[in-house]
Design a protein around this ligand. Structure first.
Ligand SMILES: Oc1cc(-c2ccc(F)cc2)cc2nccnc12
Ligand SMILES: [Mg+2]
Length: 218
């Protein structure tokens, strides 16, 4: 029967990565996606930028919008201190099912366990419920990597729900490709944000891409 791309990625992890070793899970996915089939993981080049931002912010609370197969979830979770609270939202139940198994293979299922850390459903439905559901006041770091049409509306929703504070950092993937022009326009013209972009490339390709870093200053 037909095996989906996400299932082939999971099989590559289970075949080539060592249980309990997050770095081997990341390496197995990157090898599969650079040698066999392209997939929309953030990839190793942008992943190293993500790692440096996570290490610098050293967040106690993290929100990831868009889990997909859990590649960036594993990268982020493996850098967090044990007390950190990490929530990742995934709309697509099939992606969420694979991500749970990839996170478990990396041995991080308790690290991202804010019951349930991997939340299935629309970010716009979940963002207003995060405070009371997870006992989180504000996020130190938000990684936006879901549908680009929702970057701006979800950022405004997080502001309205009081989930962002002075010093919160938003890091957005794909602001060039597929692109989130309304988001970039809004944050660049807002006095609330200090924005900066990291030049990089679309995962597993030579196409130009940026990771868009936002520090909230007010
Ligand atoms: O990193 C990404 C890349 C792409 C993507 C798809 C097709 C292309 F041709 C180029 C880029 C889509 C994404 N959707 C959600 C989250 N991240 C994405
Ligand atoms: Mg992306």
């Amino acid at each position: 029967s037909f095996v989906s791309l996400r299932q082939r990625i999971l099989s590559a992890v289970q075949k080539n990565a060592t249980r309990g070793d997050p770095r081997s899970v990341i390496r197995a996915i990157d090898q599969f996606c650079s040698q066999k089939e392209w997939a929309m993981n953030v990839g190793n080049e942008k992943g190293c930028i993500l790692d440096s931002v996570v290490s610098e912010v050293n967040p106690a609370t993290v929100l990831e919008l868009g889990t997909y197969c859990g590649y960036s979830t594993v990268r982020i979770a493996s850098l967090l201190p044990p007390y950190a609270k990490f929530i990742t939202l995934e709309f697509n139940p099939d992606f969420a099912a694979v991500a749970r198994q990839v996170i478990a293979w990396a041995g991080l299922e308790d690290k991202v366990k804010i019951k349930p850390c991997l939340v299935e459903g629309a970010s716009s439905d979940w963002i207003p419920k995060i405070k009371e559901q997870f006992g989180i006041k504000t996020f130190d770091l938000v990684f936006l990597d879901h549908w680009k049409e929702h970057y701006l509306s979800d950022t405004k929703l997080m502001e309205e729900c009081g989930l962002l504070r002075k010093g919160s950092v938003l890091l957005a993937d794909n602001v060039i490709c597929p692109g989130a022009p309304d988001y970039v326009e809004y944050v660049r013209s807002s006095p609330r944000y200090k924005s900066h972009y990291f030049r990089s490339h679309l995962e597993y390709t030579k196409a130009e891409e940026n990771l868009w870093y936002l520090g909230i200053i007010e």
